[in-house]
Design a protein around this ligand. Structure first.
Ligand code: S3P
Length: 182
């Protein structure tokens, strides 16, 4: 963890597709009066095409390289709230960057809720084409999400506003722990 006050650090929201990173992130940024960055949107604006098209055309590895570059840019740009893509934790360099430059928050949603949202969403997610593939990825990724500094359980009834309030509370607690350790 960097030796800086939590107020100056980027906040990285991590979690599986459909865990609510973008909606909760928007709410959290407003509460903290910080800029909000949606990493997927930033990538799509930069490459001027959809991530689904990029993966279809150039493959996942090419996408992951672009994702890592975009993440590095975000980590340098002040102290935003960043909604990352669900697979950002796959690369060790991304995990290291996030833990060294900011605070990581895992939005821990049960698979069924994620799948329900993925299936209902108009956005195409090429890495979750069916339930079985999505579940295998979900299970394989949990060990990395678990490394996050902060953890919040996401349930169907938890609104984005309430989730953001919980995260604000966790951040305040983390800051006071860090303050006592100084
Ligand atoms: C991915 C998640 C997506 C997007 C891409 C790959 C993944 O973002 O980055 O389709 O590997 O989990 P969301 O988590 O915002 O859906």
């Amino acid at each position: 963890m960097p030796n800086q006050s939590k107020e100056e650090l980027p906040i990285f929201l991590v979690g599986f597709m459909g865990s609510g990173k973008s909606t909760i992130g928007t709410c959290l940024a407003a509460k903290l009066d910080r800029p909000f960055i949606d990493l997927d949107e930033l990538i799509e604006t930069t490459i001027r095409r959809s991530i689904a098209e990029l993966i279809d055309d150039r493959g996942e590895e090419e996408f992951r390289a672009i994702e890592s570059r975009a993440l590095r840019e975000c980590a340098r740009s002040g102290a935003p709230v960043i909604a990352t893509g669900g697979g950002v934790i796959l690369r060790a360099e991304n995990r290291e960057l996030m833990s060294k430059t900011g605070v990581t928050v895992w939005l821990d949603a049960p698979f069924e809720l994620c799948w329900q949202r993925i299936s209902a969403d108009a956005a195409v997610r090429p890495l979750a084409p069916d339930r079985e593939t999505a579940l295998a990825r979900y299970n394989a990724r949990n060990e990395h999400y678990k490394e996050s500094q902060l953890h919040i359980e996401i349930g169907e009834d938890l609104t984005a506003d309430a989730a953001a309030d919980v995260i604000v509370k966790l951040l305040v607690e983390l800051s006071s722990v860090q303050y006592r350790e100084l």
